[in-house]
Structure formats: C-alpha cells, structure tokens
Design a protein around this ligand. Structure first.
Ligand SMILES: NC(=O)c1ccc[n+]([C@@H]2O[C@H](COP(=O)([O-])OP(=O)(O)OC[C@H]3O[C@@H](n4cnc5c(N)ncnc54)[C@H](O)[C@@H]3O)[C@@H](O)[C@H]2O)c1
Ligand SMILES: [Zn+2]
Ligand SMILES: [Zn+2]
Length: 361
C-alpha cells in the first residue's frame, strides 16, 4: 500500500515552497515509516530551497523532527511500531573505516531509506538530509530513528535532530569544553546559542557571546552566556582577550562560518586553545592566515559536523538533562506553526526574528 499525505516541497531553485500530495511507500528491508509530530525549520532547509546544497530538485523539506514509528520493514530490530523517535541524519553503518576504529560519530557511510517518496505523477523527491519531515508520514532508514522518552515535549526534543545538537555538540563533543574553561561563541543564532548552552552545561566558567545583533546577545545571556560582545561596535578579539585575563579563550566556536569570523576565532583563542568551526561556509569563501601563526599558537583547529554526535548516545542523555531542568530546550522553540506556514517561517529566520519555528503536524 502507498500512503498519500501532504508535504512541503521545493520544486525549483528559489521558488516559494508548495504544499503537495506525497506518495510514501510501505517500509522495505531496513526501513521505517514514521508519523511526524513536529519538525523544526532549520537554515539548511532554506539552503536547499535556494539551491545552495544541490540541484536535485524537487526536495521534500524538513529534517529536525520527532515522530512515532507506524510500521517497520523486514530485518528492523532497533524500533517497533508505537515507539516515539527523534529522527537523525547519522544512521551509522558499523562497517566503514571510522566505525571500525570505534569512531562511529565520523561514520563515512551513513544510511538513508532505499525507496524514494514521490509526487503524485511519480517524480522522485530528494528528501532533505535523507529525511524529509515537513510531511505527515515519512520513510527513513530504521537507523535514522532514535528511540526516546515519550514523556517530553515533542517540539523541544525534536530540535536535537539537527541545529541544537550541532551547537551543543560543537562545545561538548568537538570542543571538549571542561569545567572551568573559558569559551567564546561567535554568532548567536540557534546553533551558536546551543553552543553557549553546551558550554555552560559542561561547566565553563566564562562564556562569551559575540554577535552583530544586540537582540541575539540578550537571548544568549538568558541561555548561559556570562558576557556579551557586540562585534559591530567593538573588536571582538580585543574584548575576548580582555575578558580572559589578556590571554584569549580556551575554546572559540565560530557559529557563523565566514572568513572574517574564523579569523576572529583563530586570534581570540589562548595559546594551545581550540577553534571549532560549526557555521557552514559557501563555496566561494577562502581563508588566508600567516602559517607561522598557525604553527606558533599551537592547539587545534577543528570542524564540527552535527556536533560530532552519536544519536543513540547523545539524544537520550540530553533529553534526560532537559527533563531534569539542566538544559532549557523549550527556550529554542520560538513559535509553533502549521505545515502551510513554512515559507513565512523562512522569512522570519532570514530577518533574525526567531531561534526556531516548529511545525506541528
Ligand atoms: N555543522 C553543522 O552540522 C551545522 C548544523 C546546522 C547548522 N549549521 C550552520 O550553522 C550556522 C548558524 O546556523 P543558525 O541556525 O544559528 O543561523 P542563524 O542565521 O540563526 O544565526 C546566525 C547568527 O550569526 C550572526 N552573525 C552574522 N554575521 C556575523 C558576524 N560577522 N559576526 C558575528 N555574528 C554574526 C547573526 O546575527 C545571527 O545571530 C549556519 O551556517 C548553519 O548552516 C551547521
Ligand atoms: Zn560507518
Ligand atoms: Zn538542520
């Protein structure tokens, strides 16, 4: 049986998204069918719509989601119908070079569903990040389902499926922030603020938020930053040094992803410190740095994809901390919207008015 459901599609580069009838097949071997409950609107969905990720239109958008498994295909053992899940884009293979050396968070061969969802005329859809979640029902690889506690707000915990996990993990996993560290985060959108919350959770005693928009700084202070620097008004490198005894921060996270913010991160860190790049640059960007500074300042320069998370390890742990009141995921849910309001949500995101709009299905 093929399921007929409504979903949000980007048909061509830059065109407004449309609500379409989507045909979703029954799950085959290794696949799971999931009834979506909530799906956050992430910057990456907008990148897909604008053609910034690939030209494989039409896209079924949405990927930051919570749902309930409604059916599973043969050979699926990790979930059963009725399980509450958060969807992930890191279903690890267990067999590649990274998995074989015990570093599954870098898996080079992650899984997606084998069968395609289509439009009514049979046109195959490309699912955003191999998920596609602005839709009533979606088909994923079973490994993309992480079983979670059903007794937690779906909209809040679904954000762990992408942006919030990317930020938290940039601090906790990639940056390895420890108790007593000083941390600076450049760019305080959803990802940067999550990095701030992650640094605070890991026990950093100085957490410096940097943004060019003062509104973003107020919110960052509410979510764990100890200091705020408006980098449109003053030099963030000097300010971060001033706030860290003249030395620079132990860990600096670039959650913007531009050459100028990366250079700020590079020079605002202490000797032997760590820079984490989590913001995503565009193909035209290049970076020039004195090689002697790269050598002489020591430490490490790292990139963070999806916060170097392992969904099966990190989602349940972070949901537990959320339920204990130690991680305020609710603060990331700015508004709850319906499936026909995704285009407006993109406008609000572009204007910097929201941390996250979450579609409730
Ligand atoms: N690495 C990953 O796995 C991953 C996952 C999700 C998103 N991302 C990326 O993270 C980045 C941030 O995402 P987001 O959802 O927080 O975006 P956002 O648009 O909500 O936030 C960006 C923030 O950066 C600020 N900013 C812009 N230019 C700046 C500058 N020159 N100096 C200081 N601040 C500046 C903006 O005011 C805004 O607050 C994006 O590039 C996104 O694609 C990466
Ligand atoms: Zn692997
Ligand atoms: Zn995302």
């Amino acid at each position: 049986m093929v399921h007929k459901v409504k979903g949000v599609v980007a048909r061509s580069k830059g065109a407004p998204v449309t609500l379409e009838t989507i045909l979703v097949p029954e799950p085959g071997p290794g696949e799971a069918l999931v009834d979506i409950l909530t799906s956050g609107v992430c910057h990456t969905d907008l990148h897909y719509k604008l053609g910034g990720i690939s030209d494989d239109f039409p896209f079924l958008l949405g990927h930051e989601a919570t749902g309930v498994v409604s059916a599973v295909g043969p050979d699926v053992t990790n979930v059963v119908p009725g399980d509450r899940v958060v969807l992930n884009w890191r279903a690890v293979c267990g067999n590649c070079r990274a998995c074989n050396r015990g570093e599954a968070q870098y898996c080079f061969n992650t899984h997606n569903a084998t069968q395609k969802m289509t439009l009514e005329d049979g046109t195959e859809l490309s699912a955003a990040l191999g998920i596609g979640a602005f839709v009533e029902k979606t088909l994923v690889a079973a490994g993309q389902c992480t079983k979670v506690d059903p007794d937690a707000d779906a909209a809040a915990i679904g954000l762990l499926g992408c942006g919030v996990m990317a930020g938290l993990g940039a601090a906790i996993n990639t940056g390895g922030v420890k108790r007593g560290d000083s941390v600076a985060v450049i760019g305080c959108g959803g990802v940067g603020v999550a990095a701030i919350a992650g640094a605070a959770l890991a026990g950093a005693t100085t957490v410096i938020a940097v943004d060019i928009d003062p509104k973003k700084l107020d919110r960052a202070l509410e979510l764990g930053a100890t200091h705020a620097v408006d980098s449109s008004a003053s030099d963030p490198v000097e300010k971060i040094r001033e706030l860290t005894g003249g030395f620079g921060a132990d860990v600096v996270i670039d959650a913007v992803g531009r050459p100028e913010t990366y250079k700020q991160a590079f020079y605002a860190r202490d000797l032997a410190g760590t820079v984490v790049l989590v913001g995503v640059p565009t193909p035209d960007m290049t970076l020039e740095l004195p090689l002697l500074d790269v050598f002489g300042r020591g430490g490490s320069l790292k990139s963070s994809w999806y916060g170097d998370c392992l969904p099966s390890r990190d989602f349940p742990m972070l949901i537990s901390l959320y339920k204990q009141g130690k991680l305020d995921l609710d603060a990331f849910v700015t508004e709850r919207i319906t499936i026909d309001q995704v285009e407006e949500a993109f406008d609000k995101m572009h204007a910097g008015a929201v941390l996250r709009s979450v579609v409730e299905l």
